[in-house]
Design a protein around this ligand. Structure first.
Ligand SMILES: [Zn+2]
Length: 250
């Protein structure tokens, strides 16, 4: 029962993230107007807003005009529910787990926005960073998270200076520096470095595929989804990663 509740909580937050995904890139208010069909603008009824189930019940079509509703809505809601379940399994049903689950639903939203719009809204990015620093079991840990966030923001900024100088154009965006800080706060320095490395490995096949095309737009690979995925994988398997590092370096 408890797990069902946690899943529903996550799916409800995922439902709100869908609103953010649609409205933040257009600078629209997230609270006004109320949810409406993107095609016919009819305001949704209460039962149209039930995460996942409404979409299934309406068979992916608007209840008023019959226009297709993107499958992205139930997918984001389901993923958010799963993020909440697995974070609670990993860290227990704690304030810290709730905060970290929020960070990952925000990273999921940022990934979707980065993928579709090639942009990363600062509002969501800074929210993720703030929650990442505050997600702790003690005040001392908040300080520790903050220190790690600073180290990663600083490290990435330096790397960006050197890289940009080396390739004679601006390497990495400011958004990547904020995400790096979030990764540092959640994982700590060692594991966050592993996650950065893993994100590059995950991105490599996609990078090779997009590099083949002549189309200029396809050259810009959204990198946030890979950073988010790598952070998630390293957090879920942190004991194995730590054991591996100890085996390598003692
Ligand atoms: Zn409609």
């Amino acid at each position: 029962m408890e797990w069902l509740f946690i899943f529903i909580l996550g799916a409800a937050i995922g439902s709100f993230m869908n609103v953010l995904i649609v409205r933040t890139p257009r600078d629209e208010s997230v609270s006004f107007p109320a949810s409406h069909c993107m095609s016919c603008n009819t305001p949704l009824r209460a039962w149209h807003n039930v995460p996942i189930l409404s979409w299934l019940f309406l068979r992916g079509k608007c209840g008023f005009c019959g226009e297709k509703i993107s499958v992205q809505y139930p997918i984001v809601e389901t993923l958010a529910g799963l993020i909440f379940i697995f974070t609670a399994l990993k860290l227990g049903v704690t304030f810290q787990a709730f905060g970290i689950a929020l960070v990952f639903t925000l990273l999921l939203s940022l990934s979707v926005i980065d993928f579709y719009y090639k942009m990363v809204p600062d509002s969501l990015n800074l929210s993720a960073l703030t929650f990442a620093i505050l997600s702790a079991t003690s005040l001392g840990q908040v300080g520790y998270n903050f220190t790690n966030a600073l180290l990663f923001a600083g490290g990435f900024t330096l790397l960006r200076f050197y890289l940009s100088y080396a390739i004679k154009k601006e390497a990495m965006g400011e958004a990547d520096i904020m995400i790096a800080a979030t990764m540092g706060a959640i994982l700590g320095v060692k594991l966050a470095l592993v996650a950065i490395f893993l994100s590059a490995l995950l991105a490599l096949p996609a990078l090779l595929l997009t590099q083949n095309k002549e189309d200029e737009n396809s050259q810009q690979l959204p990198f946030i989804p890979f950073l988010a995925m790598a952070t998630w994988i390293v957090l879920m398997f942190d004991t194995y990663v730590t054991a591996y590092l100890v085996g390598l370096y003692g």
